[in-house]
Design a protein around this ligand. Structure first.
Ligand code: NOJ
Length: 535
């Protein structure tokens, strides 16, 4: 472990267990599959892995619909497998982050089943948000679920329950002490089993206010809240300022209690990272005040254009906002909810951006497959499983493309992922993108990631802030150069489609693509490429 606390500038590898490696031939990845690939994970040079949910679940939303948060779903293995994964990760000096889902349960959770059997006003219903219908029989308000369709579903006796996501994901009522106590039990359960931290799903959603009021543009708001729906950023930001069910003050009370719980484990340095997509961005820093959580995801890079003005502003803002609470930013180019970065901005651009970001202060998150340069998988509608696709009648395709399983080896799909039929098809066109192939090719994206993460650890982690050398403020507008100095490393990114000269000095230690030339004493950075120079 390289710095203290361990998470501060860690590189964290996100594994979507269903898509990582299938150990038993049923076509779905599982926990023993992850354990069997820990040497690969370690070889990337990351410090920790974050596992998307593997709990008991009917899997209507990729496991983010939890029916028992303190057990493992048979599709992924069992509790012994989870324990073994953690033990083996720790043996390799890798920390493990579990994904906790406090905003909602699955409708298959015993609490919700009990609520369905109980009367309006009962203590069983009070754990969720049950309300009577309006006088005309319509739902209590006009909110649209983030997955499309109404946010309310009616039960037999006429009451409606709130679900910000799928109808199979009833929102929990965090004003109810039983909900609080149950989650603290879950946190302790996993910490006692050995996990080192948590990713907190929908961390900004737990407390609801104004549940009975309508929104002026519920459909626009629902789209604005999706990372996979393109929208003009001004329009998106304006809508995000009006979300009635996110980022209420009461959520912070919950995290203050959790922080005490985490701190009670002393030098285990248990951490939590909040998935809190809030607006304005300054609000995100409230989640990481010194008595709350440890990190908050910065989602900006998941939607930002490959443009030097945009990226300069975004990096500046993230560093300076975090500094107000004495924290460092987090950086993520892809995750299981967004279009993969290589598909979104292009393959070379994605490599350049990764190298640019790995130099920055803070923690870097890498979504499994990103290191291979995977694009989104091309799927037929008949393959799709994301509830969004169904709830919008196919108008929004959903997130399955980013979740296609990893290609490991061989020259025929499913490339060693499974001996069975993978749950989502892996295109034969990924033949060159297997781990095996990329390991054999020193110019591959995999080698770039491994080399960059090694150099990051050696020269950049813990070396303080950045000084901009080239940016829009230096006259480099739009598609040109961005460059900063951090410690003894100068990082330069050329965003344009032609080679560009820069003033960087020092020895070239890594380049994301192409060849760095020298001309008249200046370094020439290839098009759509980044490079690091060591003083
Ligand atoms: C965010 C998760 O990342 C996403 O996959 C999930 O669908 C929603 N939260 C609901 O839990």
């Amino acid at each position: 472990m390289n710095s203290s606390p361990w998470w501060k500038e860690a590189t964290i590898y996100q594994i979507y267990p269903r898509s990582f490696f299938d150990s038993d031939g049923d076509g779905e990845g599982d926990l023993p599959g992850v354990t069997s690939k820990l040497d690969y994970v370690k070889s990337l040079g990351v410090d920790a892995l974050w596992l998307s949910p593997f709990y008991t679940s009917p899997n209507r939303d990729g496991g983010y619909d939890v029916a028992n948060p303190r057990d493992v779903d048979p599709r992924f293995g069992n509790l012994e497998d989870a324990k073994e994964l953690i033990v083996q990760a720790h043996k390799r000096d890798l920390r493990v982050i579990a994904d906790i889902v406090p905003n909602h349960f699955s409708d298959q959770h015993e609490w919700f089943q009990a609520a369905l059997k109980s009367n309006p006003g009962s203590k069983e219903r009070d754990r969720f948000h049950f309300y009577d219908a309006n006088e005309d029989g319509t739902p209590p308000n006009n909110w649209i679920s983030i997955f499309g369709g109404p946010s309310w579903t009616q039960v037999e006796d006429g009451q409606f329950y709130l679900h910000l996501f799928d109808s199979s994901q009833p929102d929990l009522n965090w004003e109810n002490p039983e909900v609080n106590a149950d989650f603290e039990k879950t946190l302790r359960f996993w910490i006692d089993l050995g996990v080192d931290g948590f990713r907190v799903d929908v961390a900004h959603g737990l407390i609801k206010e104004d549940v009975l009021t309508n929104h002026f543009d519920p459909q626009g708001l629902s789209n604005a809240l999706r990372l996979d729906v393109a929208m003009d950023s001004q329009k998106r930001n304006a809508l995000l300022l009006t979300v009635p069910y996110f980022d209420r003050q009461g959520v912070h009370e919950i995290y203050r209690k959790w922080r005490k719980l985490f701190d009670s484990y002393g030098d285990r340095e248990i951490m939590a990272v909040a998935e809190a997509w809030v607006h304005p961005p300054v609000n995100a820093t409230r989640y990481i005040r010194t008595d709350e959580l440890h990190q908050v995801f910065n989602f900006d890079l998941l939607t930002a254009e490959f443009n030097s003005d945009v990226l300069f502003d975004l990096v500046e803002r993230s560093i300076s906002l975090n500094a107000t609470v004495n924290a460092l930013p987090t950086w993520a180019l892809s995750n299981h909810d967004s279009t993969r970065v290589a598909s979104r901005i292009g393959d070379e651009q994605a490599r350049a951006l990764a190298l640019f970001v790995f130099g920055l202060p803070g923690s870097a998150y890498v979504f499994a497959g990103q290191e291979l340069g995977l694009p989104d998988g091309q799927l037929q509608d008949s393959d799709r499983q994301d509830p969004t696709f169904f709830r919008t009648n196919g108008a929004i395709k959903g997130r399955d493309g980013a979740r296609v399983p990893l290609p490991w080896s061989g020259d025929t799909t499913p490339f060693g992922f499974s001996t069975g039929k993978p749950w989502l098809p892996i295109s034969q066109s990924w033949e060159d993108l297997t781990v095996e192939n990329e390991l054999a090719d020193p110019k591959s994206s995999l080698h770039l990631y491994r080399n960059a993460l090694e150099l990051r650890k050696e020269f950049l982690v813990g070396s303080g802030g950045i000084t901009w050398l080239e940016s829009s403020q230096h006259g480099h507008k739009n598609d040109s150069l961005l460059s900063y100095l951090r410690g003894s490393v100068t990082v330069v990114m050329n965003l344009s489609d032609s080679a560009k000269e820069c003033d960087a000095t020092g020895k070239l230690i890594i380049v994301s693509g192409g060849i760095v030339d020298a001309r008249d004493g200046k370094k020439v950075i290839p098009a759509r490429s980044s490079a690091w120079f060591l003083a």
